[in-house]
Write a protein that binds this ligand. Structure first.
Ligand code: APR
Length: 321
């Protein structure tokens, strides 16, 4: 068994960090594709010239030719415009759907047996379009949203409670937009409910709820918060890291249960749409969707998020995609 071949479509901010992280962790040989001439070649050359220092010997190739992704095991798609301040992810729909169309056609042609991880926004629509054009099996087309949104939520909880983020578990489900659903009830620090710890801290249930609600709201708007500060683009370190967790789960067949944007076939009462849910990720991609009982309030929030995802998909179809 040789090394895995991991191709990245879109060698911009996220693509560049992805290439470096894959190299540092020696997850596989990297192909970095972009339509901008010379840029991916420059980035991979820059990364590989640190290989003696960092001690990796995977190969990295930058390219403008789709033929180079031939036979990829994993394809990560970051192609598409990022947000500018004041934009929602959904504002990117028309531009990025056009880009996704050509990307999906080429991945289908050159890497028909790959597992695809989609990062481009608006995420839920882009995954749907990629799956539709490639016709890949549902488990082999996965969107990255929940791993990052959950990490953001966990980060805020760790700061608030003054504990290491390594001990915080928090999960965000639903679409990758403002309607996403942080699951407060199961947020915990090494098994102890975060709400209980907040109530102990503030000795006041109402205040604890207020603080939690503020963290939930910040999580939902966290991407926009970064956009506002960066001014010229959107988050790229954390989306790359989140996707690497998914790549690792696949490469090492870890069977990790991660919140990912997965195709639902009746689970959580949703059929035929991509929605963020807990799923087991292993060598075959999404190997299983993990259903659990939601309380009425969570169910209502998830339904609302699913409605937003459906609306986005309808908008995309109206645009002719
Ligand atoms: N094929 C391949 N690459 C393309 C295409 C295309 N048709 N069109 C554009 N690209 C490339 C751009 O040349 C650019 O290098 O996609 C890259 C996108 O990189 P950035 O603009 O730096 O954006 P980034 O921050 O990496 O975000 C990429 O991920 O999180 C989402 O909202 C974000 O949709 C955006 C995507």
């Amino acid at each position: 068994m040789g090394r895995k071949k991991i191709s990245i479509i879109g060698g911009g901010q996220i693509g560049g960090v992805l290439a470096q992280l894959i190299a540092l962790r020696q997850l596989g040989d990297v192909v970095l594709f972009d339509i901008v001439e010379d840029m991916p070649q420059g980035k991979t050359l820059d990364i590989v010239e640190a290989s003696r220092i960092d001690g990796f010997d995977v190969s990295l190739k930058g390219t403008n030719d789709y033929k180079d992704i031939n036979g990829s095991d994993i394809v990560i798609v970051t192609a598409g415009l990022p947000r500018k301040p004041g934009m929602s992810r959904d504002d990117l729909l028309t531009t990025n759907a056009k880009i996704m169309q050509t990307v999906a056609e080429n991945v289908k042609k050159h890497a028909a047996n790959s597992i695809a991880i989609i990062i481009s926004n608006p995420l839920d629509a882009m995954v749907t379009l990629f799956k539709k054009i490639t016709g890949f099996p549902a488990g082999k087309v996965i969107g990255q949203a929940g791993v990052l949104d959950s990490s953001r939520f966990a980060t805020f909880i760790a700061w608030e409670l003054g504990v290491s983020v390594k001990d915080v578990n928090a999960m965000v489900l639903g679409g990758h937009g403002d309607t996403m659903v942080p699951i407060v009830r199961y947020a915990n620090v090494n098994g102890i409910p975060a709400m209980e710890l907040l109530e102990k801290k503030y000795k006041d249930k109402e205040k604890a709820s207020e603080v939690m609600n503020a963290m939930v709201e910040r999580t939902k708007m966290a991407g926009g918060e970064v956009v506002k500060l960066l001014k010229t683009g959107s988050a790229f370190y954390s989306p790359a890291s989140a996707s690497i967790a998914m790549v690792e789960a696949i490469v090492y067949d870890e069977k990790r249960m991660l919140p990912v944007c997965a195709y639902l076939n009746g689970e959580f009462g949703v059929k035929g749409y991509y929605v963020g849910v807990p799923a087991v990720l292993g060598a075959a991609g999404v190997e299983k969707i993990i259903e659990f009982d939601l309380i009425a309030e969570e169910k209502a929030l998830l339904d609302n998020s699913v409605t937003a995802v459906k609306g986005l998909v309808v908008d995309m179809e109206r645009l002719g995609f």
